[in-house]
Design a protein around this ligand. Sequence first.
Ligand SMILES: [Zn+2]
Ligand SMILES: [Zn+2]
Length: 349
Amino acid sequence: MKTTGYAATDASKPLARFEFNRRELRGNDVSIDILYCGVCHTDLHQSRNDWGWSVFPVVPGHEIVGRVAAVGKNVTRHKVGDAVAVGCIVDSCGKCDQCVRREEQMCREGPTLTYGGQDRIDGELTYGGYSRNIVVREEFVLSVPASLDLARAAPLLCAGITTYSPLRTWNVGPGGRVGVVGLGGLGHMAVKLAVGLGADVTVISRSAGKADDALALGADRVLISTDDAAMAAAANAFDLIVDTIPVRHDLSPYLPLLDIDATLVIVGQLGLVDEHSTMPLLTGRRRISGSPIGGMAETQEMLDFCGKKNILPDCEMIAIQDINAAFERMERADVRYRFVIDMASLEAA
Ligand SMILES: [Zn+2]
Ligand SMILES: [Zn+2]
């Protein structure tokens, strides 16, 4: 079926209106009319081929919220009119050990990405949420709790699950001591979710400029990483540090802040990290780890948790026609804290 979206047709061009086809519904498919789509750093990088593996045209968008418009004949999980969501992956092999334990993001064959991926049946390039509609296998369509504001829920599908998953992996609960480095789209969600789980949350920032914002988001305190005395006093003070900075940086100042056996988890794609001494890793059996999104079961758990606690991202709503300006502002970290596209604007053109 014919549809409309916004695409980058090559790495040097801005996003522009693009007509393309979505597949006809298979028996287990759900067709979704997209209402809102969050704008992730990955969208910007893939549109410009920053990581070298983009397949053009790129229709970005993997923070998708909408309503079910039609279902295939075998679909049981969703019905027409339901509020639903789609995140970063739309399929996986379904058979490997990781898929069986509902960690589809770790599928041994590689999960099918929502955009820039290859459909497992017809081999067609996948197109994301900067579009009027999307067709997705029902197991990869999530339910949005009725209590959540649909206009703000979209960023939960990438920024939300990316920060929720490590908090759950490392068993953060009441009284857990969590540090959050970086206060952008991911960082502000890490703060809200860790607070929601009952943790004692510290935002670690290079300057005091973000202190008021951090406290307003619910953090208990701010630690200024350029204040040597404060950093020394915070030695061994954390069970988990979630590092959300999306660019290359030095990890070494944060490692002594970890308690024995504690972990610093990286959730951004940094490429290279700067040199750091292995001494704090040896002396405290401290760990550096990484974490990508989450499986479908955990993503649904996160949505339900946010519904129960009314946890939502802070969003700035834009029209699709403003997407290129939004990318430029995102590069300057000039957004609090996530752009969301109101897809009704697509009809305005
Ligand atoms: Zn993303
Ligand atoms: Zn698999």
